[in-house]
Every structure is written in C-alpha cells, then in structure tokens.
Design a protein around this ligand. Structure first.
Ligand code: GAL
Length: 373
C-alpha cells in the first residue's frame, strides 16, 4: 500500500471505486486547504501504472511504474500529505503551474499599450504565475472511469493578470501512457503558459540523484539566460555545448562543465527550442535509467521544454518516504512556451484573446528498455 495513502487513513471520508477493463479510479478525501476547501486524492490505475493526483494544484502526487522485472516504484518526487504541499511554496512538486509557467522579467509585461504587474517571487521576477499561482489553488474536479478533469476559474486581475481565465486540465490514463490536456478561455486579452512540474527519478523517488540517468532532447537550439534566469533573447545552436542532448547523454556528464550558463543556473535550468512543429504532438524527450530499465517518453504540442535538473533541492525538503531530497534528486521536463515570451515578440506568442481557446497537450509514456535504444 502506498505510504501517502496510509498516512491519510483517518481522513478518509469517502471512497468511491469504479472501473473498466482498462482502468480503475478511486477518490478519497485528503484533508482541507488553507481556506477549508476540500482536497481530494484521486487514484487512477491501469494494468501497468498507478497514478495519484490531487486537486490542490491539480497535481501529480505519485506515479508507480514497473522496472524491467516488474517491480514497481514511485518515479516522481512528492510529499507525504496535503499540509506538506501547502507548506512548500518553492518546489512545485507535480503541480500545474500558471497562469504563466516559468519567468516573466520583473513580473512586468504590456498588452495593447497597457502595462501589467505580477508580484515578483523569484529574484525580482515572477515565477510560475507569482506567489499565489495555480499550483497553490484548490481546483474543482470531475472524474471519469480513467480520467480526472480539474477546473480553475482565475478571476480578472488574479496575480495582476488581465481577464477572467477558465482553465481545464484533464489527466487520462491508458495502459502505460498518461495524457495531460489543457484548455483555457479568457474574458480579456491575457497571457497563458501552462505546464506540469513533475520531478522524475526513474530509479525511484528518494533513490539518490539522477546524474547517471540519461536524457535525449529533440532540440537543436536553446534559450540562454542572464543572471536571474531570464532569456537573453537569442536562440543559439546546442552543437558543441553541454546543452547538446540530441544523443542520449547522462544528465551529470557535463553538468559541472566550465560553462557560464550552467554556472548561472547551478546546473540545467533552461528552455530548449523543440524541433517538432508547434501544435502537433511530437516526441520532445526520452529518458532512461539503465539499472531498472525504466524509460520515459515525453510528447508535446508545445514549442519548448524547460529541463531543470533539481538544482535548488538542498536537503531541506523531505519526500513522502521520509528522506530528504538532495540536489539533483529529480529532473523536470516542463513542456511550455518559452520563458518571458510576453517581453520577447520574436518568441512564439502566449497571448490569448476572448473568443479563442488555448489548447495544449503533453503525454508521458512510462516503459522499460533493454538498453538498446
Ligand atoms: C523551475 C525553475 C527553477 C526552479 C524550479 C522550482 O521551473 O526553472 O529555477 O525555480 O522551477 O524550484
């Protein structure tokens, strides 16, 4: 039985189990949020994966995936209970981040000549929607037999963003594939950039660092950053740099290289410009851990992916199994539009107008390999 589940046994007020041949779903009460809103813990189970979600931040709590011998481990980082998620505003474990995932320089941008300010929460910049972003909201949820759809109404002026934004995020599980589909509509022209902030460790949560795990990114270019991790605006080639992940490479192989970009971020914390066509679901990333054989394929319709190597984890936060997460205990692959796009007209636009529907789709496929790939 999962530890997170067990630790909340006294709080279980309702358990609903339904199922189909392919998947089953279970919904439990999971405590109360800061304003006494009801949190839920939702378990989706297929023949190969067991995925837990919560409406606090519309987040992934755990993903239990088999290794090459069939032994399961939770391959995402997370906390033991709701209160620990509430008490951790800086790690965004498994959360949906928005209204603007990633950074907006100085939290300031303009639309149609009007300037808007999001309260800065990261070195003078707005990160992941500001201090009270979507990751800290209790979303509403409806469930199907193999899916959970989370909805959030972000009011006009929420964290300084214009327009009321209605956001839907739907997770659905089919076999070894977890799809995440996003949509949003606004009442005034605004900016939107939504992503999921899961940290992966394919050897298992709290198994140590991910430096030996190997990664491939389908990207020829990336967006270098300045001192506060805001893109400088250029899109140089990755060729000949430690940012070249076009061939499967261990995350730790070049992370300590004498490179200004790596030093600024304390490792990898950059946006790669994906080669696939914007709006078409394409493979952005592939990762593998050779001992367990576990693999992860990330497909997305987004133009970029922020590969973050867990640089700011420093042992101060404890994961659900009670062990501290040290630096590089997990890696994130945040499929997204580029950071600070509202201030870079040359980047793909993040503007959303009334009458339009924002759509984005990312799929996570958890497999096992014999190392041949
Ligand atoms: C990432 C961001 C990192 C760090 C992390 C959360 O998306 O790029 O700099 O803030 O979130 O700790």
């Amino acid at each position: 039985m999962n530890h997170k589940w067990m630790s909340q046994l006294p709080l279980l007020l309702a358990v609903i189990v339904s199922g189909s041949a392919n998947a089953a779903i279970k919904i439990q009460d999971w405590g109360k949020g800061p304003e006494a809103e009801q949190a839920k813990l939702i378990t989706l189970e297929s023949s190969s994966l067991r995925v837990q979600l919560t409406n606090y931040g519309a987040r992934i709590v755990s993903v239990e995936a088999p290794d090459k011998t069939g032994k399961r481990a939770d391959v995402v980082l997370g906390h033991a209970n709701l209160q620990q998620y509430i008490d951790d505003p800086k790690d965004y474990f498994g959360a949906i981040v928005g209204r603007y995932g990633n950074r907006i320089a100085k939290g300031t941008f303009s639309i149609d000549g009007q300037t808007y300010h999001v309260p800065p929460n990261n070195n003078g910049n707005a990160l992941h929607g500001g201090p009270d972003g979507f990751s800290r909201k209790m979303w509403s949820v409806i469930t199907g037999t193999d899916s959970a759809e989370f909805t959030l109404i972000s009011p006009d002026g929420d964290m300084g963003f214009p327009g009321m934004l209605a956001v839907h995020v739907r997770y659905s599980l089919h076999g070894n594939r977890l799809d995440i589909e996003y949509s949003a509509q606004t009442t005034k022209t605004t900016v939107v950039n939504l992503t999921n902030h899961a940290y992966f460790n394919l050897a298992g949560e709290a198994s140590g660092d991910v430096l030996q795990q190997r990664l491939r990114l389908d990207a020829n270019r990336y967006t270098p950053v300045g001192d506060t991790l805001i893109p400088e605006g250029n899109l140089p080639e990755v060729a000949g740099t430690p940012f070249d992940f076009r061939k499967l490479t261990a995350i730790g192989e070049r992370i300590g290289a004498d490179d200004t970009q790596l030093k600024r971020a304390g490792g990898y914390d950059h946006n790669w410009v994906l080669n696939g066509r914007l709006g078409l679901l394409h493979e952005a990333a592939f990762a593998e851990e050779r001992v367990s054989g576990r693999t992860l394929i990330v497909l997305t319709t987004e133009p970029g992916v922020q590969f973050y190597s867990g640089n700011f984890l420093n042992g101060s936060v404890t994961g659900y199994s009670g062990l501290a997460y040290q630096q590089h205990a997990g890696f994130c692959l945040e499929t997204q539009h580029f950071p600070d796009s509202p201030n870079h007209p040359s980047f793909p636009s993040t503007l959303l107008k009334p009458g339009e529907t924002f759509r984005s789709h990312t799929a996570l496929i958890f497999g096992v390999s014999n190392g041949a790939r």
